[in-house]
Design a protein around this ligand. Structure first.
Ligand code: PMP
Ligand code: GLN
Length: 378
């Protein structure tokens, strides 16, 4: 069989997590919490599992969960999505991203992708016959050069992918970013997929500026979210897509044949659990403490960094330590000092020499301190 994705191998997340497990290293590579979710949430799932909520959910999601998502979005961002026609529950944000990209991209269409980019975007574009057009974001600020973006828009541009807060750099979009993008896409046939899975994880008082908050952007955007990051349940693979009615109609045509519907008892449990805003309101402080603890533990190291603005990832530069390629260094650090990380070059298609590693700090404090101590040995 000739491959449709010849350049794709096993993802770096699988490779590094396996190496960490094989070597007994501290795993700060793949992004997932090293602690459990709330027992209250587990009890809710158990309740629905035991009381017969075990058959197919409606294709678009359990109505109570769609309603709860619409209410939360209205309260937090002042934007109304109709639960019947504009909110869809998916099997993780990964499915939402794939369905949204598939809804937009036809063979030969161009899609603008900011690099470094989360690894699922480009394969989804290419499987649909689209052509990714890259805009490079460079350390240390990873700020967007809007002139560069403008120069890359052509008559064939149909899609632009946004991710805020950003994996792996943590960068959080500003009001100026939203305004710049709105000016570029206004009155053009360009749609936007906005990956906002880390919406509740941002630091130093920064707000999350959902693309839904800007009217010009809202009308052309598929906002993709995930409960995995927000409630420490990455293994549940449950996410959603918010989009205006006409976009949702097309989105659902894809979702219907990708997975049809998503795990039923968890949807009911999440609908109940979402009624209390406390778990996500306390998330910024919870993770800011972990970020600061990890960074304090790195102060004695030779890594250079700026505190991450959002997400549970911290990138560091090792430029003043070694010339090794980041992949080699990530493998060596795992084997020799027992800390696994992600080499950021894997998030770029275009070659560069940035020398950056990504560490996930969604771990217990003692684990972060131990990792920091080990990293100071390099
Ligand atoms: N987008 C980004 C930026 C992510 O980091 C992740 C999580 N790894 C996802 C999407 C996928 O989310 P989910 O696990 O809900 O599919
Ligand atoms: N999003 C997670 C990360 O960036 C990993 C998800 C996955 O393993 N596919 O580490």
């Amino acid at each position: 069989l000739s491959s449709k994705l010849p350049w794709v191998g096993t993802t770096i997340f699988t490779v590094m997590s396996k190496l960490a497990s094989d070597t007994g290293a501290i795993n700060l590579s793949q992004g997932f919490p090293g602690f459990d979710c709330s027992p209250e949430l587990v009890a809710l799932v158990e309740k629905y599992l035991r009381t017969g909520f075990n058959q197919y959910a409606p294709m678009a999601g359990v109505p109570a969960l769609r309603e709860a998502l619409a209410q939360k979005t209205d309260q937090l961002y002042g934007v109304s999505y109709h639960p019947e026609t504009e909110v869809t529950v998916t099997s993780g944000a990964t499915e939402a991203l794939f369905a949204a990209i598939t809804a937009v991209i036809r063979p030969g269409d161009e899609a603008i992708v900011f690099e470094p980019a989360y690894d699922s975007y480009v394969p989804a574009i290419e499987l649909n016959g689209g052509i990714p057009v890259f805009v490079t974001l460079a350390p240390p600020t990873y700020a967007i050069d809007w002139e560069d973006v403008r120069g890359k828009i052509t008559d064939k541009t149909r899609l632009l992918i946004v991710n805020t807060p950003h994996n792996p750099t943590g960068r959080v979009w500003t009001a100026d970013d939203l305004a710049q993008l709105a000016a570029l896409v206004h009155q053009r046939d360009i749609w936007i997929v906005s990956d906002e899975v880390y919406e509740h994880i941002r630091f130093d008082g920064r707000p999350h500026l959902s693309l839904a908050t800007h009217p010009v952007l809202q009308e052309r955007t598929f906002v993709c979210g995930s409960f995995g990051k927000t409630f420490h349940v990455t293994g549940w693979k449950i996410g959603y897509c918010l989009a205006p009615k006409a976009l949702t109609a097309e989105f659902r045509k894809i979702h219907q044949y990708l997975t049809f519907s998503t795990v039923t008892p968890i949807q009911y449990a999440l609908a109940d659990y979402l009624k209390n805003p406390e778990p996500y309101e306390t998330l910024p402080a919870f993770y800011e403490h972990k970020r600061d603890l990890f960074l304090d533990s790195l102060r004695g190291s030779r890594f250079q960094f700026q505190p991450t603005e959002g997400s549970f990832f911290q990138t560091v530069s090792y430029q003043s330590i070694t010339d090794e390629p980041d992949y080699d260094l990530a493998i060596r650090l795992t084997k020799e000092i027992g800390v696994a990380s992600i080499p950021v070059s894997v998030f770029y298609r275009q070659k560069n020499d940035f020398k950056i590693l990504r560490f996930c700090f969604a771990k217990n404090d003692d684990v972060l301190l131990q990792a920091g101590e080990r990293l100071c040995r390099l």
